[in-house]
Design a protein around this ligand. Structure first.
Ligand code: 5AD
Ligand code: SF4
Length: 446
């Protein structure tokens, strides 16, 4: 009997990918996507542990689902509630104890076992907690992905061994694991057959990729990108998120040599102060980061960069913060994300003394936003009058309008017929805004 599945996804693109794969895994059981949570027979909350108050937010969402489940029960109907993702991994036992109406708690490494978990949960009282890091690779047990539109995600690497002192990922996602190249190429072919013309390769530390290659050796990310670029029908490649330490020569060269590899790179640096970078266990200095940027731009002069910064890491002085602003000025980012440091239980930095007062963090965040906002607005302004290829991804709010992505990840608005959705078109940029661009179609000369 057809059933409806609603998945609420928080956090990073990896979670977006995992949610799509969970839907694929449950499709053979008759689950189809529900548009609204109210019509679902099963709800999965796919959680993220990075943000502040992550677990409180999960519990308040679960409280709403408890009410929905009670209303269903009153009408003689059921609702399966599952909690997945990094909060589930880190706090699975607590969720089981505090939220007895939750049927399934599963970590990011076990969702290939969802059908079995659903079967167990459907039996009276059969609650399931599965947050192992199983020996078998979940990827070997997942069905082919279904099309996700013109721009698709493909997970190539998971986990992280870097242990930055502020970060929970090494604990929630486990040790680094790279998928074999042949499996990635097969998944890419399936995505292209389903209509994807852009693929974003995902991994917590994606450029640490070192997967088995079809010839019996190992490939790094640069080599994998070169192999993917040979697949017919694949117009664009991107990858995220990278660590500066693992950006090797071949990957840098690929930015200059592989036309499908888009000229935009998210390369988090976190701070511009060597003292703070050391306390964060980032394993690189500010000068090493700047040198990488120089080498990347030598390979691909129009490369646009984005980054993540943490302000108010324990012990960060005004001087350290100034160093971060100086690094931003030196690089000139197309966009950037900045976060107030917030202690994550169990991470080394949470136990450090010299936590920075919240008022200081707020002040620094505001200064940071102002500088980054100026830089991204300047980057957008400089696009006026230029022409680029834009992948038209979705309808705009107005009739006759489509929204696409530039090579540099900017959103571009254009008047164009709906028939052009899912295609790459050449546009001239006619107007720029702080967070988007507007363009017109350039008629093909044929
Ligand atoms: N506090 C603030 N920001 C954090 N990030 C990760 N952990 C924390 C934390 N404890 C930020 C980092 C990372 C991004 C995904 O989230 O900048 O790159
Ligand atoms: Fe977390 Fe990224 Fe550092 Fe790994 S490299 S510990 S995922 S911030």
């Amino acid at each position: 009997m057809p059933k409806k599945l609603f998945i609420r996804t928080y956090g990073c693109q990896m979670n977006v990918y995992d949610s799509a794969r969970m839907a694929d895994v449950l499709a053979p059981l008759g689950y189809h996507a529900a548009q609204e949570v109210d019509e679902a027979d099963m709800v999965i909350v796919n959680t993220c542990h990075i943000r502040e108050h992550a677990s409180e937010k999960v519990f308040s969402e679960l409280g709403r689902l408890r009410d929905l489940k009670a209303a269903r029960a009153a009408a003689g109907q059921g609702l399966i509630i599952a909690v997945a993702g990094c909060v589930a991994q880190a706090e699975g036992k607590e969720i089981m104890a505090r939220a007895p109406y939750v049927d399934i708690v599963l970590g990011p490494q076990t969702y290939h076992r969802l059908p079995e978990m659903v079967a167990r949960a459907s039996r009276a009282g059969g609650r399931v907690l599965d947050t192992d890091f199983p020996a078998e690779a979940k990827f070997d047990h997942l069905p082919e992905p279904t099309a996700q539109g013109p721009s698709a995600f493909l997970s190539v690497q998971e986990g992280c061994d870097k242990f930055c002192t502020f970060c929970v990922v090494p604990y929630t996602r486990g040790a680094e694991y790279s998928r074999p190249a042949a499996a990635i190429l097969a998944e890419a072919r399936a995505l292209i057959a389903g209509g994807a013309c852009e693929i974003t390769l995902l991994g917590q530390n994606v450029n640490g990729y070192h997967g088995d290659s079809p010839d019996g050796g190992h490939w790094g990310l640069g080599r994998l990108i070169r192999a993917l670029a040979e697949l017919p029908g694949l117009a664009r490649l991107r990858y995220t998120t990278s660590h500066p330490r693992d950006l090797d020569d071949d990957l840098i060269a690929a930015h200059g040599e592989v036309p499908q590899l888009m000229p935009f790179l998210h390369l988090p640096v976190q701070s511009g102060s060597d003292r703070i970078l050391a306390a964060m266990n980032r394993q690189h200095t500010a000068a090493e980061y700047l040198r990488l940027v120089e080498r990347l731009r030598a390979a691909r002069p129009d490369l646009a960069l984005s980054s993540d910064f943490i302000v108010g890491f324990p012990g960060e002085s005004d001087r350290d913060f100034e160093d971060s602003l100086a690094l931003v000025r030196a690089v000139g980012f197309a966009q950037s994300y900045s976060f107030k440091y917030s202690p994550r239980p169990g991470t080394p930095a949470a136990a450090l003394e010299q936590q920075v007062p919240d008022a200081v963090k707020e002040e620094r965040l505001a200064a940071f936003h102002a500088l980054i906002g100026e830089q991204s607005a300047a980057f957008n302004r400089a696009c006026l009058g230029r022409s680029f290829d834009v992948l038209l991804e979705r309808p705009g709010r107005r009739d006759g309008q489509l929204i696409g992505r530039s090579p540099y990840m900017q959103s571009v608005f254009v008047e164009a017929p709906a028939a052009m959705l899912n295609t790459v078109r050449r546009l001239r940029i006619t107007d720029t805004h702080p967070n988007s661009l507007a363009g017109t179609l350039i008629e093909s000369e044929a």
